[in-house]
Design a protein around this ligand. Structure first.
Ligand SMILES: Cc1cc2nc3c(=O)[nH]c(=O)nc-3n(C[C@H](O)[C@H](O)[C@H](O)COP(=O)(O)OP(=O)(O)OC[C@H]3O[C@@H](n4cnc5c(N)ncnc54)[C@H](O)[C@@H]3O)c2cc1C
Ligand code: FES
Length: 270
């Protein structure tokens, strides 16, 4: 439960409300983590929140987190200047375990800030690109100004042969890209459903539709993985804040397969 001390070494503004923080440990070795895991980030004097790690698992130093400013704690984090000390507990939870997709295709479906928890999985795929077949990233953002990691996506497409499809909810004049829901891209994306691993992260309603569309294409439910969000306090299975029926999402999740989640996602307000 005791946080380690990290210092903010750099901040990268991603969009108007989202910032990536690069943290270095002030008290020991870098924090090893698996793609998909999160930490509890503590802004001293304000509070502590769960945030996924958005950096490269093969290069854990500096430790990257991409944070969207939605309330008191996330605001303190996105406005932390270099030199600020923050507390870090973790890493916690289950990972994407993308190596399970070795030899097959990988389909990534992301909505909004959901691309941040998926970035480590994509970087892992890129680092062992020849282990995988077709790799498809379907990404939906609210507007062109909300698109995260545009440079990364260009590199993944140009250098690593990843098929990247981006769509926005609202396209202003001058936007020549796609407009519409990311879930509609699943039906005609080029991948072999029976031999694919699908990774999904975004708002819960988007994940529900994406998982339904992937399942309808023929991806086995055991091969569709979703990263779930709930309020979290302890991160270690003690407080019960993150409970989803029989699951404690901080230890059983956040990444879970659709065969386990489908019965729970169908229940309203659970
Ligand atoms: C496993 C996990 C990983 C996460 N990864 C990221 C990440 O990589 N980047 C990021 O920006 N955010 C991430 N979040 C969400 C982040 O934890 C919340 O935005 C944060 O707790 C809000 O705290 P606050 O004090 O800033 O705002 P609050 O004042 O607590 O809340 C502001 C708004 O956000 C909503 N909210 C609060 N907590 C959550 C939550 N856990 N999930 C969804 N909505 C919430 C509230 O209902 C309210 O509408 C993650 C959450 C979980 C559980
Ligand atoms: S956050 Fe306390 S049990 Fe999961």
């Amino acid at each position: 439960m005791v946080p380690r001390l990290f210092g903010v070494v750099r901040t990268y503004p991603d969009t108007l409300d989202t910032v990536t923080l690069a943290l270095e440990p002030l008290d020991g070795p870098p924090l090893a983590f698996r793609a998909g895991q999160f930490t509890m980030l503590h802004a001293f004097g304000v509070g502590e929140v769960p945030i996924s790690i958005s950096g490269d698992p093969t290069r854990p130093d500096p430790l990257l987190h991409t944070v969207r400013d939605v309330g008191a704690v996330t605001h303190a984090l996105v406005t932390a200047a270099p030199g600020t000390a923050v507390g870090v507990r973790g890493p916690f939870g289950s990972g994407w375990e993308v190596a399970d997709g070795t030899g097959g295709d990988v389909v990534v479906v992301a909505g909004g800030i959901g691309l941040a928890p998926l970035r480590p999985a994509i970087l892992e795929v890129v680092s062992r690109r020849s282990d995988y077949g077709r790799v498809v990233l379907l990404y939906g953002a609210r507007s062109p100004a909300d698109i995260l990691f545009a440079d990364d996506m260009a590199t993944w497409a140009q250098r690593h042969g990843i098929v990247v499809e981006v769509t926005v909810d609202y396209g202003p004049p001058g936007w020549s890209g796609r407009v519409g829901l990311v879930t509609t891209l699943v039906a005609r994306a080029g991948f072999d459903p029976l031999h694919s691993l699908a990774l999904v992260c975004g708002p819960e309603v988007m994940m529900r539709y994406a998982a339904t569309a992937l399942s309808a294409r023929g991806v086995p439910d055991t091969r569709i993985r979703l990263s779930m969000e709930r309020n979290m306090r302890c991160g270690i299975g003690l407080c019960g804040h993150c409970q989803l029926r029989e699951l404690f999402l901080c230890v059983d999740g956040p990444v879970l397969s659709y065969d386990r989640l489908a019965p729970l996602l169908d229940v309203r307000e659970l």
